[in-house]
Ligand binder design. Structure first.
Ligand SMILES: C[S@@+](CC[C@H](N)C(=O)[O-])C[C@H]1O[C@@H](n2cnc3c(N)ncnc32)[C@H](O)[C@@H]1O
Length: 215
């Protein structure tokens, strides 16, 4: 008699299918499907949009975003690591924690407001849960600060975060800034990973003001 396989086995199996699919479809990472699934469900990507993709390498999310905002849209992507060129994507290499990198990103935007800020940034893991969570929260916090400054009114934000200390406080901050906040765990995200994707939909008018200390 075969083993009874649980929901988590099924979720993992489905997630691994994405590795093969990414290769077959010429996508740079299986992560591409995470964004593809979130964006389809929530209708986040439309032709003509300006999108910022933080933690972009090797480029799966940028590929999905550039394909959906084409032909007139633009993706500005950033990562610590190098990323080979992609059509429709302007790439900046640098550490998002450095002011000089953010300034370069702002130059690339050239005054344009952004429709969607994405962050799939994840720190290198130290193996010490509290340290890794603090680093992930720092990156997510900086991504949110950037989104508040550069999103159009009603703009949207997607950020990867991990369950753990500080998670609830982060969600509370998102709720203060966006009209709607949702938690997404797409099929393509491995069930054993504690990662989730938080979606902030519809930047509130007061949150877009530079001195919005309450969010
Ligand atoms: C999960 S990967 C992103 C995968 C990507 N979304 C894709 O679809 O191919 C996380 C990325 O975050 C980047 N990252 C981590 N810390 C960063 C930082 N401080 N500044 C910029 N990028 C960072 C890493 O270099 C890594 O490439």
């Amino acid at each position: 008699m075969g083993r009874v396989r649980g929901k988590s086995w099924m979720h993992e199996h489905v997630a691994d299918v994405y590795v093969k699919r990414a290769r077959a479809e010429g996508l740079r990472s299986r992560a591409a499907y995470k964004l593809a699934q979130i964006a389809s469900r929530d209708r986040l990507l439309q032709p003509g949009m300006t999108v910022v993709d933080l933690g972009a390498a090797p480029g799966g999310w940028s590929q999905i975003a550039a394909g959906r905002v084409a032909p007139r849209g633009r993706v500005i992507a950033l990562d610590l690591l190098e990323m080979p060129r992609l059509p429709g994507v302007t790439f900046i290499q640098g550490d998002f924690r450095d002011e000089a990198t953010i300034a370069e990103l702002e130059r690339a935007l050239d005054g344009r407001k952004v429709d969607l800020v994405l962050s799939d940034m994840a720190p290198n893991l130290s193996g010490i849960a509290s340290v890794d969570q603090a680093r992930a929260l720092e990156l997510a916090g900086l991504a949110l600060d950037f989104a508040l400054k550069h999103l159009k009114p009603q703009g949207n934000f997607v950020v990867k975060l991990f369950h753990g200390e500080g998670y609830e406080a982060y969600v509370k901050r998102l709720r203060a800034c966006f009209r709607e906040v949702a938690v997404r765990k797409p099929d393509a995200s491995r069930s054993r990973s504690s990662e989730v994707f938080l979606l902030g939909r519809g930047l509130k008018a007061h949150a877009a003001r530079p001195a919005a200390a309450n969010c």
